[in-house]
Design a protein around this ligand. Structure first.
Ligand code: GLY
Length: 307
């Protein structure tokens, strides 16, 4: 089977000043995933390797560098799916974990699919993952972004004009990370990791740990990872919609576009993007946000970077 990997670094209003870091970051992530595949590794290991790179980079809203919630601390969501078994591992609103995708891998091997909050973090010891001081994941840029959100909330005396401003967001959500891969054995995998939305309510869980919303993978069809405003992606099951497009015979590019068009049409303000691989290693991407940083490499579709 042809091998392929695609990664994204988030959909949204990515500031001009961050574009070089995004560009570099998604190249590094794609290379990490490609290396795993070229060395004979699995699609699951490839998406995990790619997402770890992005969780570790401060430019992206995942792991180290994630956004802060309304009370000024980080809660992380992530999801992982193995298309060969349909096994899922996901964590939600977890604190003090630098690489939530590793926790997802641990959950994926057990009987349950999704753990939340302290109970998810407690699994770290069993998974052999280090728990860190949650404050060590806060970067100066995210602190400044959060403080700007607090200031704008104080001066905003009117009713919220959009679902995002209702949650104290000053910019569209951005920088969630994700990856999809196809290995030589024909196995597909998908992974997504995020800090969610800047200034979100404590305990708020977005689409990223929800199968069908933030990710989906099925060896018989394809693999998808999404990014954007989580509530809209979850309500339209954007990842699953993209997979359904492939099932209907659309190309990955067409299926990606159809799922994102539906997001915008059915949900007022529905905004996001996705990356998609089909079982033949063909790649598609679509977004209705200002930008979506992404990169791909495929033995049938070549390679590219959009940052
Ligand atoms: N898509 C990330 C989030 O809304 O949480």
């Amino acid at each position: 089977m042809p091998r392929a990997i695609a990664v994204h670094g988030g959909a949204g209003n990515i500031p001009e000043s961050l574009r070089p870091e995004h560009n570099e970051g998604i190249r590094l992530a794609r290379e990490a995933g490609r290396r795993v595949l070229l060395e004979g590794g699995s699609a699951l290991d490839a998406v995990i390797a790619a997402v770890i790179v992005l969780e570790d980079l401060p430019a992206f809203n995942a792991g180290y560098g994630a956004v802060l919630n309304a009370e000024g601390y980080i809660e992380l969501d992530a999801g992982l799916m193995d298309g060969s078994t349909l096994d899922i591992g996901a964590v939600a609103a977890v604190q003090g974990i630098r690489n939530p995708i590793l926790l997802c891998r641990y959950v994926l091997t057990g009987p349950h699919i999704l753990f939340a909050k302290e109970d998810a973090a407690r699994l770290a010891a069993a998974a052999g993952i280090e728990q860190v001081d949650p404050r060590s994941l806060i970067t100066p840029r995210r602190l400044e972004q959060w403080l700007a959100g607090q200031r704008s909330l104080r001066v905003d005396s009117g009713a919220p004009s959009s679902p995002l401003s209702a949650q104290g967001e000053t910019h569209p959500p951005a920088d969630t990370v994700g990856a999809v891969a196809l290995d030589a054995a024909g196995n597909l995998a998908a992974a997504t990791s995020t800090g969610g939305i800047n200034g979100k309510a404590p305990g708020r869980i977005g689409d990223s740990p929800l199968p069908g919303g933030g990710f989906y993978a099925d060896n018989l069809v394809g693999a998808c990872s999404t990014t954007g405003w989580g509530e809209s992606l979850a309500r339209t099951l954007t990842a699953r919609r993209a997979i359904e497009g492939l099932e209907r015979g659309l190309t990955p590019a067409q299926a990606a576009r159809a799922a994102i068009d539906l997001l915008g049409q059915r949900i007022a303000g529905g905004e996001g993007g996705l990356i998609l691989l089909d079982r033949h290693g063909r790649f598609g991407a679509a977004f209705n946000s200002q930008r979506m940083t992404h990169a791909w490499w495929s033995e049938v579709d070549g390679e590219g970077v959009v940052a």
